[in-house]
Every structure is written in C-alpha cells, then in structure tokens.
Design a protein around this ligand. Structure first.
Ligand SMILES: Cc1cc2nc3c(=O)[nH]c(=O)nc-3n(C[C@H](O)[C@H](O)[C@H](O)COP(=O)(O)OP(=O)(O)OC[C@H]3O[C@@H](n4cnc5c(N)ncnc54)[C@H](O)[C@@H]3O)c2cc1C
Length: 455
C-alpha cells in the first residue's frame, strides 16, 4: 500500500474532504494535496472585520442533509456549532419588506393563511389551498425548477418566491435550473400522485419544527478548513499550481509550477473549467462536458454601521431581492441578528451580495463604485442615510456553477469516460451535486472512495 501515491489537486472544501477521507481510510497511501493559492479553503475564507471573524463568502451549511454535519462530528467540531439566532427572512417586493410565508419549502407556502395580503394574486392564493397537482402530467426525466413549480402552484409563487430564493442562492435563474440537482425533493413531490403541496405538507409534518436548517461555527467557516488542513501537515503544498496532466508507463504525470509529480491516482477537486483544461489532452470528451458547465460570478460586501445610524430587526436574518426589483444587490444578511457571535460588537454588521449569472455589473466596477451602489440600495431598503463605518468587498469570479437539466446524466457520462479511458482520474467539486458545502463534502467523500479503489 505505501507505494501507492494519490494526488489531490485543489484544497477547497472538496479537496480537503477527499484528503481527510483518504488519510482516515487508507493511512498507508502516499498522499499529496497541491493547492495553487497561498492558503487552503478556496471559496471559504474567514477574516477579521469590525473586530469579529466574518466570513467573506459561505457562513454556514445546511444540516437537513448529512454530509457536513457528519464531517464536523467526525472532527469533534459538532459541539461547537451554532444555530441561527434569527430564522425568518423577508423579500423586497413592490418596494417593501414582505415576510416569507411560514412554513415554506424553498419558498413554496404550505399554509395559504400565512401569505401576507397582496403578496400573491387571489387566484394563485386559492390554488395554494389545493393539492398542488400539475396542470398537465409532468414529462419524464429531469425538468427545470420553473417547469415543476409553475405547473404545480402557478407563475406568481414561482416568480415572487421560488425564483427569488433559489435564484438568489445560486445566482442563477430557476427557470433554467435542473430540479433534479437543485431541488430533488420538489421533483419527487411533484411526481407523487397526491400532488406537490400534499406531499410537501406531509414531509413537513414529520420534521422537527425546532430543528435548525443551518449551522455555523462561531470562529467562521474557515475553522472547518483549518481543522482539515491541520490534519494534512506537510502533505498539503500551497502555491503549487497544477499546469498539466499526462500519462506515462509508470503512472499519471502531474505537471506543477514546481516540477513534475508521479501518481497512481489523481483527484481533480478544482472548478469544472480548470478540470476541463487539465483533462483535454487526456480525455477530450469528459473535458468537453466539464467545459460546458456555466459559472456565475458574485461579490459579497460586509458593511459595518454605527448603532445610532442603523437598526435592523433582531428577529430576522435578512432579506432577498428579486431580479426585477430595480436594485443592484441580490440579498442582505443581518449578520449580527442572524448569528449571536456576530452580534456582540459595537457595530451593526450586514453582508450584502451582488451579481447573478446574467448580471455582471458588479464585476465591471471598482470597489469604491460597488460600495456606493450597494450603500444606495441599503439606503432605499433599510433607510440608512449615514455612511458606513467600514466596508470590505470580496470578489468571487466564476464561483457558482449552474446546473442545467440533465446535469446528473452528463456527470455520469464523465465518470464513465474517465473510468474507461483514464482509470485513476476522478473529478470532484461544487459542480457535481450542488454548490452547498454539504454537497461538496459528499463529492469529496465519493472521490476518495473512487480513487481508493483504483489506485
Ligand atoms: C459568495 C458565496 C457565498 C456562499 N455561501 C455559502 C453558504 O453560506 N453555504 C454553503 O453551503 N455554501 C456557500 N457557498 C458555496 C460554497 O462555498 C462553495 O460551493 C464551495 O466552497 C466550493 O468548494 P470546492 O472545494 O468545490 O471549490 P473551491 O473552493 O473553488 O476550491 C478549489 C480549489 O482549487 C484550487 N485550484 C484551482 N486551480 C488549481 C490548479 N490548477 N492547481 C491547484 N489548485 C488549483 C483553488 O485555488 C481552490 O482552492 C457560497 C459561495 C460563494 C461564492
């Protein structure tokens, strides 16, 4: 075993999970993790802002799916995790804050009585009293979220709630998104004979209403990265960009900025477009599928205001902004209301997002212009006229993969091509099962299992 060498390319949460799993399950394997950047974590980064550890991108993870929570438990971090203090959110609709109906599943109201007057037209509200059967039988195979939701509960619910929520999380259009990847529970419920709403209501009735949907770490998500990276020691090589991949009789040749490495197996835990470039000379068909995964670019700005200049609701986590609201921002999180550990400072902290797949205005602005545009939006939505005390802009170009219908089939085709023509090479990351940290951890686990067999 000790002579088997596995190289993991990329030390984002996916690559770090792959390495952790290999280290745990195959301790004798010679493992190396090559990371282009000066620090591990990729899209996960925590840094001090207004005296507190404020995440520059992801700040929490979903706990209704197992992978992230399981990993934290394995690492002994589960006792340290915290649930959001404030759990309700609003949507900026018609120039005002409207509460998201509760309960809801991805924005679909389960109780029509919880829908604030004026949020939905009467005929759409009436429809919510029913079972949520589709207008016509849903076609087989993967569908878009728009196809499923529009057919079962109408256009207004889709446009004023679901697209705002799902489109916001993924910076895309829910009309273009694979329901199989982005909301498999909706697809299954919509196909059930009792109808989407009836199926979602019975799932909801079995759930613990007090159970949190998200967890975070009070030191920021960077703590999970540091814990995983700490286990790797000098197996993690920073500032080591992989520039090429090739074959030799002795195994896979991995070209890096520091020389060529030899490996029995390689996990490419990098964005799909990077994996595509590296795989082109090795397996062009798999590379082509990867190159076609579109990515959205986003920016996230942290704002700190003085308490006497801005007051935000202590019982709300923030608000979402639909694409047609005429604003620049896409969402605002009241970080100090949402998380108790970020509410302790002497400033009101906000995390404000900008950018969608089809809105690149933020990327064309310098930091000063972006700060002003977002501050103008905050003045309109929160009434804050005073300048912020501090602002920090974080740029995330080509960070959020978009999942078109049939995505899972294309990923399976990549696996088949690699298994047949490039055994020992595996691709993993947010482009596989979804952008969320749990989905990345799942992909990392699967990649470790795959190369563990072949190496
Ligand atoms: C603004 C924002 C907010 C988010 N919020 C949340 C949230 O609250 N909750 C949640 O669950 N998810 C959230 N996400 C999504 C989640 O953070 C990401 O999907 C996830 O971190 C991606 O991890 P990854 O390891 O797959 O990819 P990455 O983090 O992109 O890691 C890939 C790594 O590969 C390295 N690399 C690239 N090319 C090479 C090369 N040639 N050689 C060597 N190394 C290379 C990169 O430097 C990087 O470190 C958010 C994302 C963004 C952008």
């Amino acid at each position: 075993m000790a002579d088997r060498r596995i190289i993991v390319v990329g030390a984002g949460i996916t690559g770090l999970t792959t390495a952790h799993r290999l280290l745990t399950d195959l301790p004798d394997v010679d493992l190396v993790v090559l990371e282009a950047g000066a620090s591990p974590g990729g899209l996960i980064r925590t840094s001090p802002f207004a005296g507190l550890p404020v995440d520059e991108a992801a700040d929490s993870f979903l706990v209704r799916v197992p992978w992230a929570l399981d990993l934290c438990t394995e690492l002994g971090l589960d006792d340290e995790l915290v649930a959001p203090h404030a759990r309700t959110a609003t949507v900026w609709l018609d120039g005002t804050h409207r509460p998201l109906p509760s309960p809801n599943v991805l924005g679909i109201p389960l109780d029509p009585n919880s829908v604030e007057e004026g949020l939905l037209p009467p005929e759409d509200l009436e429809r919510l009293t029913g079972a949520g059967l589709p207008d016509a039988p849903l076609p087989d195979g993967d569908l878009t979220v728009g196809q499923v939701v529009r057919s079962c509960v109408g256009d207004a619910v889709f446009e004023r709630l679901i697209d705002v929520l799902l489109g916001g999380v993924n910076a895309g259009r829910a009309d273009d998104m694979s329901c199989g990847v982005m909301a498999p529970q909706l697809l299954a419920a919509a196909r059930s004979p009792e109808g989407l709403l009836t199926a979602l209501r019975s799932i909801h009735a079995q759930a613990d209403p007090a159970a949190p949907v998200f967890n975070a770490h009070p030191s920021g998500m960077g703590h999970l990265v540091d814990t995983l990276a700490g286990r790797l020691g000098n197996r993690l090589r920073l500032r080591s960009r992989v520039t090429g991949l090739g074959r030799s009789d002795a195994g896979w040749l991995v070209g890096t900025t520091g020389g060529v490495e030899l490996a029995d197996a390689v996990v490419l835990a990098v964005p799909a477009f990077v994996a595509a470039d590296l795989l082109t000379p090795v397996q062009a068909e798999a590379a082509d599928h990867l190159a076609r995964v579109p990515y959205a670019s986003v920016s996230l700005a942290a704002f700190a205001y003085r308490h006497h200049d801005l007051e935000v609701p202590g019982d709300q986590s923030g608000f979402l902004v639909p694409r047609d609201a005429g604003l620049f921002m896409t969402a605002c999180s009241y970080a100090g209301s949402k998380w108790a550990h970020l509410g302790t400072g002497d400033r009101v902290l906000l995390r404000v997002s900008a950018g969608r797949f089809d809105d690149l205005r933020h990327a064309e602005m310098d930091d000063g212009a972006l700060e002003r545009a977002l501050a103008d939006d905050l003045a309109e939505t929160l009434g804050v006229e005073a300048p912020p005390d501090a602002v920090r802009v974080s740029r995330w170009p080509r960070s959020l993969p978009q999942f078109a219908p049939g995505h899972a089939d294309r990923m399976a085709a990549i696996d088949d091509r690699l298994a047949a023509a490039a055994p020992g090479i595996t691709v993993a990351g947010a482009f596989r099962h979804g952008v969320g940290i749990p989905a990345c951890i799942r992909s990392g686990n699967e990649a470790a299992a795959a190369v563990g067999h072949t190496a």
